[in-house]
Design a binder for this molecule. Structure first.
Ligand code: 5AD
Ligand code: SF4
Length: 449
C-alpha cells in the first residue's frame, strides 16, 4: 500500500519553500504527500526556532502526535526538521522519545536514508551544516510545481553571516550560501512552465546574494532579477528578506528600472535607537536607514515598505523605545511585523543581565503595534479610488469572489467573473477593510504590473 506523508511547517517562508522540496524528496521515495496528519504513516514537523514560543509549539505538537497511527495501523513515523532540529539535535529525542529521526535544514537530501534507518529502529540525527543540499535535492517535479499555483517561493540564498546579537539564524542555517544563477534560472523556468506567474526570491539575507554567474564571476541580486525578468510568462518578481547594509545601488535602481520587480520592500530595521542598534550588532544607524529609505523612495515613489521590529531588547530604555516610535512615524510603513524580544540559547544577547521586564516589553509592543496598524490602515485606505493591477491567485472564501494581490502585496477581493486564476486584471479599488482591499475589474491585462 502507498505510504502517506504529512509535512507541517512553522515559521518563515523559507520553511514553506523547504517543505515543497522535502515533499518532492518524499514522492521520489514512494510516499503520497497528504494534507492532514490523520492516518499518515510519516509526519514531518518543519520547525522554527526564532522565538521561544515558536520552538515550544513543536513539543506540544509532538505530545499530541504521541499515539498517532498510520493507515496500516503501525505507529506513525515522526520526524523533526527545520531550525529546532538543527539547534537541539538529539535533545529532541531525549525530550520526546516518540521522535524517530531529526533532520536539520541543510540535510534534507538525506531524508530517504533517514527514513529507511528510522524504519529499522535506529534514531538517526542529521545536522551537518557544511553541505550544499541544493546540489543533491531531487528536482522539483511537475506535480509539485502545479500544486504551488500561480505564485511560488524560490530560495536563492540561505544562511546569514551578520550575527545580530538576538538571532539564532546564523547558528541554525549556517553561513551565507548563494545558489548559482544557472540553478536558479533552471528552477524558475520550470516553475513558469508549470503556470507560476510570480516568484518571490527567498534568502535570510537575500540582498547579499552573490551567486556564481557561470563565467568565473558572481552576479548580484539586481543582476539575477534582471535575468529572471527576461523569462516570458513570469509577470512579477519579489524578494525577501533584506538587510539594510546589503542594499546595493543597483538593487535600489532596479526598483525604478525593472517593471517586473514589484514596488514592495521588506527591509527590517529592528529598532530606532542607535545605542540599541549597536548592542544588537546591526552595524547601521537609524539615520543611515532613513537615508537609504529616502533613496529607495526616490527611485520608486509608490514603494510600499515593510519591516521587522523587536521591542524590549536587553538594556532598551524608555528613551530608546521612543526612538523606535519616532523612526516608525518618520518612515511610515505599509505593513510590519513586531515582536517582543525572546532570549535564544546560544545568542550573545541571551546572557545579558539587563533583560527588560516582560510587562514593560508588552506595553511597548502594544504601543508600537497600534502605531503600525494605524499606518497600515492609512496605506490601505489611500488605495481606495486608485486603479491597481491584481494578479488573481485563488478562489475567495465566498464562492462569488476571487482573491489576488496588488503590487503592494495587499490581498484584493474581486467578483469571480473578473477573470481566471493567473490573470492580471486592472482593478478599481472601492473599499479597504481589515488588511484587505475590495474592487471592481476595469479591464483585463496580462502584462507585468
Ligand atoms: N526575539 C524576538 N524577535 C526576534 N527576531 C529574530 N530573533 C528574535 C528574538 N530573539 C525577529 C527579527 C527578525 C524576524 C524574522 O524575527 O525581527 O527580523
Ligand atoms: Fe538574524 Fe537577519 Fe540578523 Fe541574520 S541579519 S542575524 S537572519 S536578524
Amino acid at each position: 500500500m502507498e505510504k502517506r506523508a504529512f509535512i507541517k511547517s512553522y515559521g518563515c517562508q523559507m520553511n514553506v519553500y523547504d517543505a515543497t522540496r522535502m515533499a518532492d524528496q518524499l514522492r521520489a521515495a514512494g510516499f503520497r504527500v497528504v494534507d492532514e496528519a490523520e492516518g499518515a504513516d510519516l509526519v514531518l514537523l518543519n520547525t522554527c526556532h526564532i522565538r521561544e514560543k515558536a520552538a515550544e509549539k513543536v513539543y506540544s505538537e509532538l505530545g499530541r502526535l504521541k499515539g498517532a497511527v498510520g493507515a496500516s495501523g503501525e505507529p506513525t513515523m515522526i520526524g523533526v526538521a527545520g531550525c529546532v532540529a538543527q539547534a537541539e539535535g538529539e535533545e529532541i529525542i531525549r525530550r520526546q522519545p516518540r521522535v524517530d529521526f531529526v533532520v536539520g535544514p541543510q540535510a534534507y537530501h538525506h531524508l530517504p536514508d533517514l527514513i529507511a534507518e528510522a524504519g529499522k529502529g535506529a534514531k538517526p540525527v542529521a545536522t551537518d551544516l557544511d553541505e550544499d543540499k541544493f546540489e543533491h535535492l531531487a528536482r522539483p517535479n511537475r506535480r509539485s510545481v502545479t500544486a504551488r499555483g500561480v505564485t511560488s517561493f524560490l530560495t536563492v540564498q540561505e544562511g546569514c553571516d551578520k550575527f545580530c546579537a538576538f538571532c539564532v539564524v546564523p547558528y541554525t542555517r549556517g553561513a551565507e550560501v548563494s545558489r548559482p544563477m544557472a540553478d536558479v534560472m533552471d528552477e524558475a523556468l520550470q516553475l513558469v512552465d508549470g503556470g507560476v506567474r510570480e516568484i518571490t526570491l527567498l534568502g535570510q539575507n537575500v540582498n547579499a546574494y552573490h551567486g556564481a554567474d557561470g563565467k568565473g564571476g558572481t552576479v548580484t541580486l539586481a543582476g539575477l532579477v534582471d535575468r529572471l525578468a527576461g523569462i516570458e510568462g513570469l509577470a512579477r518578481i519579489r524578494f525577501t528578506t533584506s538587510h539594510p547594509n546589503d542594499m546595493g545601488e543597483d538593487l535600489v535602481l532596479a526598483h525604478r528600472d525593472q517593471p517586473k520587480l514589484m514596488p514592495y520592500l521588506h527591509l527590517p530595521v529592528q529598532a530606532g535607537s542607535d545605542r540599541v542598534l549597536k548592542a544588537m550588532n546591526r552595524k547601521h544607524t537609524a539615520a543611515r536607514y532613513s537615508e537609504l529609505i529616502a533613496r529607495i523612495r526616490e527611485a520608486r515613489p509608490d514603494l510600499a515598505l515593510s519591516g521587522d521590529f523587536i521591542v524590549g531588547f536587553p538594556g532598551e530604555s524608555d528613551e530608546d523605545f521612543e526612538a523606535t516610535m519616532t523612526l516608525v512615524r518618520e518612515v511610515n510603513y505599509a505593513s510590519a511585523y513586531s515582536f517582543k524580544y525572546s532570549p535564544r540559547p546560544g545568542t550573545p544577547a541571551a546572557s545579558r543581565e539587563d533583560q527588560v521586564p516582560a510587562e514593560v516589553a508588552s506595553e511597548r509592543l502594544q504601543r508600537l503595534q497600534a502605531l503600525l496598524t494605524a499606518q497600515q490602515k492609512a496605506f490601505n485606505a489611500g488605495c481606495v479610488g486608485r486603479r491597481v493591477p491584481v494578479l488573481l491567485e485563488k478562489a475567495g472564501r465566498r464562492s462569488d469572489q476571487l482573491v489576488g494581490r496588488s503590487p503592494y502585496l495587499q490581498p484584493v477581493h474581486v467578483p469571480a467573473s473578473a477573470g481566471a486564476i493567473g490573470d492580471i486584471v486592472e482593478v478599481a479599488i472601492t473599499a479597504a477593510e481589515g488588511n484587505s482591499l475590495f474592487g471592481e475589474v476595469v479591464s483585463e491585462r496580462s502584462a507585468a504590473a
